[in-house]
Design a protein around this ligand. Structure first.
Ligand code: COA
Length: 290
């Protein structure tokens, strides 16, 4: 019998109206979709956001075989806990056990075999060593990412990769507006996974600012990693670095959509919103002497 404590990763979701069938229970076919949602979160928890975590190595994971057993039904509004555990990594394949609970009731148990496949040939390809070690680290509760602080010559390539995707690609900010002279003198923060894939970034500018002041900017997290705490980690590291340099006040121009994110970390909005690169922004400030 599957036990929760044997699953180092649990994803929780709530049964929605459209997932319940004429029998007033979750339709059996939906459990593979539930597993897929849990798997996306599992990869994220392992620092291997999908698809970048795999495509970075020129590969992808394909489901090759599913087996599952239904033990009890779920009903509308049940909170389901979906446990996922990697049991074996072969040459190109990996075998995962999964199970679904609602409170103490075991509803479903299953097993899935994925095959790591080359993007170029669509043929099986060995699971990369760094993917194996990320999965192992997640299972053992060790860190799956690393935060680094440094100058542009050291971290520029990594910071640039994230900003290119988020600001230039996703937010359509013209490249000539994204890259400026501040990068060369700023302190950059980058979060990388164990394979060196950059997941998040931000920068702190002290030069050219009024005495005792610094500016934070270019905060970006890969879409697939948002909501995992990386933005908080970057912002905290930059604020700590400012404090260590005896900065008294940190300001930033927040995109208004991210205002609550900065508020949750102690920044306070000032004045009215204004347009910058065609996106509404607001000035925010944090007094570090408090
Ligand atoms: C804004 C951004 C940097 C936040 O990073 P993130 O990794 O998603 O944030 P975290 O997971 O660390 O979240 C920290 C907290 O802020 C909250 N939060 C994050 N983004 C938020 C948003 N846009 N609105 C409201 N709250 C938000 C989270 O819910 C979390 O709250 P909690 O601690 O109470 O659970 C990221 O979403 C991003 O890159 N967005 C696109 C680019 C962008 O807007 N950059 C900012 C330019 S000013």
């Amino acid at each position: 019998m599957a036990q929760r404590e044997d699953f180092p990763f649990i994803h929780r979701l709530r049964v929605r109206w459209q997932e319940v069938d004429a029998q007033k229970v979750v339709f059996n076919g939906h459990y593979l979709s539930y597993l897929d949602v849990a798997m996306s979160d599992y990869w994220r928890a392992a620092g291997l956001p999908y698809p970048e975590g795999m495509s970075h190595h020129g590969g992808d994971m394909y489901a090759r075989q599913h087996t599952l057993a239904y033990h009890a039904p779920a009903v509308l509004d049940d909170l389901l806990d979906i446990g996922v555990r990697c049991d074996h990594i072969g040459n190109s394949s990996m075998k995962l056990a999964w199970a679904v609970w609602s409170d103490h009731r075991l509803l479903v148990t299953g097993e899935v075999i994925y095959v790591h496949t080359s993007l170029a040939t669509r043929r099986p390809d060995p699971v990369p060593a760094s993917v194996r070690s990320q999965i192992q680290a997640q299972a053992e509760g060790r860190p799956v990412t690393q935060l680094r602080l440094g100058r542009w010559d050291e971290l520029g390539t990594a910071a640039k990769a994230v900003r290119e995707i988020v600001f230039v690609g996703e937010q359509k900010i013209p490249a000539h507006e994204e890259w400026d002279a501040d990068d060369a003198q700023a302190l950059h923060a980058v979060v990388l996974n164990g394979a060196g894939l950059a997941l998040a970034t931000g920068r702190l500018i002290t030069m050219g600012q009024p005495a005792g002041q610094a500016r934070i900017g270019r905060m970006a997290v890969l879409r697939s990693m948002r909501g995992s705490g990386l933005g908080r980690q970057i912002l905290q590291a930059l604020v700590d670095a400012a404090r260590a340099q005896d900065v008294r006040t940190v300001t930033l121009h927040a995109q208004t959509a991210a205002r609550r994110f900065y508020e949750s970390l102690g920044f306070i909005a000032e004045g009215d919103a204004f347009d910058e690169v065609d996106i509404p922004h607001i000035l925010m400030r944090q007094d570090l002497r408090r």
